[in-house]
Design a protein around this ligand. Structure first.
Ligand code: ADP
Ligand code: ZN
Ligand code: ZN
Length: 747
């Protein structure tokens, strides 16, 4: 018997091995095995049990060993890996590596505790004889007989001061037995004990929630693959709906994966799920899964899922690969979040991968959002996905009032271009401080300093052909379109109002913090951004302190806009709404709208009404106007039309090809040659744009050029052709090229 094995050795090729007699019974598709390659050992995943015809079986080497007695990569995940490899043009072994926790890939031994227990009773005569011949053994035996439960071996050795030989002697005589028990480290167990303001009791559903729960229940009951969009305004109680669906899936004997966009959101979600599910049944254990867990925690969680001891996983993007058995339900919360896309190889989208996984497993995939991505929205419109809608906030709480401050007017009033905080926002913070209520100030993380915007009239230069902002290139004082390459000299005066105050801009979190401290010296202020996030528990500490009312004003990027629920926050300020709008990305408007709605959703979640202040230089922009009334449908309808007119996603698929190297002329030359080759081979199947300089043209002395491909679904065939062409194209040695399918971050 031979097996085909995917080696985890840095290359993509199925290798064949003979199966030794001893492994025949236990080996399965998905088993992690040790394999010899040349004269070294590597790990590999068993992919198939047959060998190709005419295969020289006699020349096969035998497998060197089996790492775990159960499949490390169940067949549905192996199929998913193959799909991802084809769809995202990524090597299969890079995907398998992403799927398996590091500890598993290193074939880490499962940590075991040894326990001792009495195997059979002794009569008085035997006992006396043992006492005489082997007093140490007798001591151990007597001790163990007095214990109601198995005792740790280490404890026996320690307490009784006997040698290991005494114990093995007893084992050989058959008087005691050694048992193994796995040690488990449960991530976030401490939070659970502390009970983070979470009601374990289910809420009584309102009518809309009930309808949504019924809808999901019906979809689950079919036992077939399907996708449902749960479109619910912020604060409409989507989590309660997910929880009911999860309970349904568990009751039917299935497993569940729950994805959140950021690692930082896992503790809160985990606590909610645990307090509900683990109270119902102890085997409803919730496993936490994301990249910043320790290796041991990851391994334990992986094992609990693999062996079926746990059936629920919660985590960020990579939790889509958790080996949940009998998967019935995948929830993708905040499905529109760009964080679901991985920005290194393999460049997969967590949401789309979740949908594919659900398809392969015959499960239901629920996508939840108050501001669905236009991709998802288009699929719901066309009927490809089902849709359930929650239009009301819980207890009919009002959506907060959104106050839009025109910063052009503010700049005139405060006599200066560098105004960070409007009067409106400062007054609001003062009032909150007096009432002991809290404020959150958001700074746009997607701020992109190379957009050129007039400080006087708010004008931003756009490419006439592409409807994205032009990018300012300081090196040669040009404005360029990074989609089509259109270029012209950067103007010295605003093309719209002739003001000389046209410049690239940006507001850092630190600068905002300084301004706030200046106007509110007595306030207790904390800042959360990527710098402060780097310390593992810092983020959680700050959020706990904020929740406990020890902080008055929290300043942060939109990282804190997602999913968090602080009842005492009655004012939310968005310091610079424009920063996300004028990035050279056709999704800029969508992102801005999402941001505004999310941010507004953080205000007034308690029983007091909330207020939102949005500062902008372009108050007339559609994203801002639609967000005033949280009018997603209005926004989506307008924006989808723009996308269709320009053929941008979701109208077509987009592929991004980045070229990097020390010599920009060479990059351009080869990118153009390559473009010709693709056009010859693929003809009208793709529309190419570029090559053009990237918006960030140079990073660490390396130049960047890019090419865009627009094509109709299905995309896999086109990716396959591009992959084939890429493999034979004569790329120069000093040029690196990266292909990104369905890119999410265009800057
Ligand atoms: P969303 O995710 O839709 O923004 P959440 O799921 O966070 O909203 O729910 C908002 C708040 O409403 C939470 O504090 C939640 O516990 C509460 N909640 C949800 N459903 C109900 C209900 N049926 N009755 C009362 N409170 C509810
Ligand atoms: Zn102007
Ligand atoms: Zn253009």
């Amino acid at each position: 018997m031979t097996v085909g094995v995917h080696p985890l050795a840095g290359f993509d090729k199925l290798l064949h091995y003979k199966v030794p007699e001893t492994l025949r019974a236990t080996l399965q598709v998905g088993s992690l095995v040790r394999i010899p390659i040349v004269n070294r050992f590597h790990l590999g995943i068993v992919a198939e049990f047959s060998a190709p015809k005419d295969f020289p079986v006699e020349r096969c080497k035998p497998l060197a060993g089996l790492v775990y007695p159960f499949p490390a990569l169940p067949p549905d995940l192996l199929s998913l890996a193959k799909w991802m490899s084809a769809y995202y043009a990524a090597p299969l072994d890079s995907i398998i590596e992403t799927m398996l926790p590091t500890a598993v890939r290193k074939a880490a031994a499962l940590k075991q505790e040894k326990l001792l227990v009495v195997a059979r009773p002794l009569d008085a005569v035997e006992a006396a004889a043992l006492g005489k011949r082997a007093p140490a053994q007798a001591k151990v035996y007597v001790f163990l007989s007095s214990q109601p439960r198995p005792v740790l071996k280490s404890l026996v050795l320690d307490r009784l001061a006997v040698s290991a030989a005494a114990i093995s002697g007893l084992v050989t005589r058959g008087l005691i037995r050694e048992e193994s028990r796995r040690v488990e480290r449960i991530a976030y167990a401490d939070d659970h004990a502390a009970g983070e303001h979470v009601a374990a009791q289910p809420h009584r559903l309102n009518a809309e929630q009930q309808a949504a729960v019924d809808g999901l229940g019906a979809a689950l009951a079919t036992g077939k693959f399907g996708v449902q969009l749960l479109f619910g305004v912020t604060g409409s109680g989507k989590t309660e709906v997910y929880l009911r669906a999860i309970q349904d899936a568990l009751a039917a004997g299935g497993g569940v994966a729950f994805l959140v966009p950021e690692v930082a959101l896992t503790p809160q979600t985990t606590a909610r799920l645990r307090s509900r599910l683990e109270a119902i049944a102890p085997d409803h254990r919730v496993v936490v899964w994301h990249s910043s867990l320790s290796e041991g925690e990851r391994l334990d969680g992986w094992l609990a899922l693999t062996t079926g001891q746990a059936r629920v996983v919660v985590g960020a993007r990579s939790a889509v690969f958790a080996p949940v058995r009998d998967l019935r339900l995948i929830v993708v919360d905040e499905e529109h979040e760009p964080a679901y896309k991985q920005d290194e190889t393999p460049r997969y989208h967590g949401r789309d991968t979740a949908i594919m996984r659900a398809k392969l497993a015959g499960a239901l995939c629920v996508l939840g959002s108050a501001t669905p991505s236009l991709e998802t929205w288009a699929n719901a419109r066309s009927g490809k996905y089902g849709q359930l809608t929650l239009t009301q906030r819980i207890d009919d709480r009002k959506l907060p009032f959104i106050d839009i401050v025109d910063m052009r007017v503010e700049a005139m009033r405060q006599r200066g271009g560098g105004v960070t905080l409007s009067r409106r926002l400062v007054d609001g913070m003062h009032a909150r401080l007096a009432k002991k209520e809290q404020t959150i100030l958001f700074i746009n993380r997607r701020g992109y300093s190379s957009a050129m915007q007039c400080r006087k009239c708010g004008h931003v230069e756009e490419c006439p052909h592409c409807s994205v902002s032009m990018t300012y290139h300081r090196t040669d004082e040009t404005l360029r379109c990074h989609l089509c390459g259109n270029q012209r000299n950067a103007p010295a005066r605003c093309p719209s109002c002739a003001s000389p105050e046209i410049k690239w801009r940006g507001t850092g979190t630190q600068r905002v913090e300084e301004s706030v401290r200046r106007v509110l010296p007595k306030a207790r202020i904390e800042r959360i951004d990527t710098d402060t996030m780097s310390k593992k528990n810092r983020f959680r500490e700050v959020l706990s302190a904020f929740r406990a009312g020890k902080i008055d004003i929290l300043i942060g990027t939109q990282m804190i806009a997602k999913g968090l629920d602080f009842p005492n926050v009655t004012l939310v300020g968005l310091v610079d709404a424009d920063l996300s709008m004028h990035v050279p990305d056709f999704r800029a408007t969508e992102r801005t709208f999402q941001l505004l709605v999310q941010v507004a959703g953080r205000s007034g979640r308690g029983d007091r009404a909330g207020e939102v202040v949005v500062q902008t230089f372009t108050p007339e922009a559609g994203a801002i106007q639609f967000s005033r009334h949280a009018d997603f449908v209005g926004f989506a309808t307008t924006e989808l039309k723009v996308r269709n007119d320009f053929g941008y996603p979701p109208a077509r698929h987009l592929l991004h090809h980045l070229f990097r190297g020390p010599n920009p002329e060479k990059l351009r030359f080869y990118a153009e040659q390559w473009k010709k080759r693709v056009e010859e081979a693929l003809g009208p199947k793709v529309a190419l744009m570029g090559p053009a300089a990237s918006p960030i043209e140079k990073i660490q002395d390396e130049y960047r050029w890019q090419l865009w491909y627009f094509c109709n679904a299905p995309v896999t065939g086109i990716v396959a052709e591009i992959t084939r062409l890429r493999a034979v194209f004569e790329w120069p040695d000093d040029m690196i090229q990266v292909l990104d399918v369905d890119p999410v971050n265009l800057c």
